[in-house]
Ligand binder design. Structure first.
Ligand code: UDP
Length: 242
């Protein structure tokens, strides 16, 4: 089957890199994710990645412990750069040229975020990892994913999660829970479905950017999602359960 998309943005949370560890980065898990990204890149799909930092530091948590919120958020953004560099290292060991662009300039370790340069890298077949979130406190890396996807004209955001998609009720409690195949942005916002934070969803809605929520822990799911197999839940259409 051919590829459905040419340019995509993958959102990886920090937790996705943590595996079963309580904190930090599990190198084996990052390697596994990198191999899946490499596989997709080798098929000629342009892929950009936004990485989170929740496996290391979350601004909200720091603020609840009494820290200044903006300071805590900057620490969270710097944490994402560690994840970005780790993923870059794994991708390059898999033979895929990769660039990290940081929204907070740190020229010794990453390029600064330059939109046109990011697009050029993608056109040349390089994976681009966006680190340091949006560079602004009070935002999340989900919102960054929506922003960068719009900026680079990605066709879809692949939102990696630990579940198979969005359900009409909790599948752990209700055995009859049904997975939505598609959902509208308005439904996600109105029912606070927790696909991404509301700022991110609103940005996707305004820019008509579809979001595919899928389970990263199922092997080869990134590839499946990109060849149009019906996995996960696509936010951006009408509301349909499977
Ligand atoms: N962050 C921020 N601005 C951004 C992106 C992230 O301030 O544009 C901070 C925020 O403190 C957040 C932390 O970086 O808690 C880590 O990002 P996030 O929680 O989105 O990571 P994830 O949940 O995806 O692992």
């Amino acid at each position: 089957m051919g590829n459905t998309y040419q340019r995509v943005l993958l959102k990886l949370s920090g937790e996705a890199l943590m595996g079963s560890l309580p904190y930090g980065i599990d190198p084996a898990v990052v390697q596994q994710v990198a191999e899946e990204i490499a596989d997709v890149a080798r098929q000629g799909i342009q892929i950009a990645v936004v990485v989170g930092g929740g496996n290391i530091f979350r601004g909200v948590k720091g603020a609840s412990a009494g820290m200044d919120r903006a300071t805590a958020d900057y620490i969270g953004m710097i944490a994402t750069v560690m994840n970005a560099m780790t993923l870059q290292d794994c991708l390059e060991r898999s033979g895929i040229p990769t660039r990290v662009q940081s929204a907070i300039p740190m020229q010794q370790v990453a390029e600064p975020y330059i939109r046109r340069r990011a697009i050029r890298h993608l056109e040349k077949g390089r994976v681009v990892i966006f680190g340091a979130g949006s560079g602004n406190p009070f935002f999340t890396t989900d919102t960054t994913a929506a922003l960068r996807a719009a900026e680079i004209d990605a066709e879809v955001i692949l939102k990696a999660t630990k579940v198979d998609g969005v359900y009409d009720s909790d599948p752990k409690i209700n055995p009859d829970a049904k997975r939505f195949q598609t959902l509208t942005y308005s439904h996600v916002l109105a029912h606070d479905l927790g696909v991404m934070d509301s700022t991110a969803i609103a940005l996707c809605k305004d820019n008509n950017l579809p979001i595919l929520v899928f389970n990263l822990s199922v092997p080869n799911n990134i590839r499946r999602a990109l060849t149009g197999e019906s996995i996960g839940t696509l936010v951006g259409g009408s509301c349909e359960v499977s």
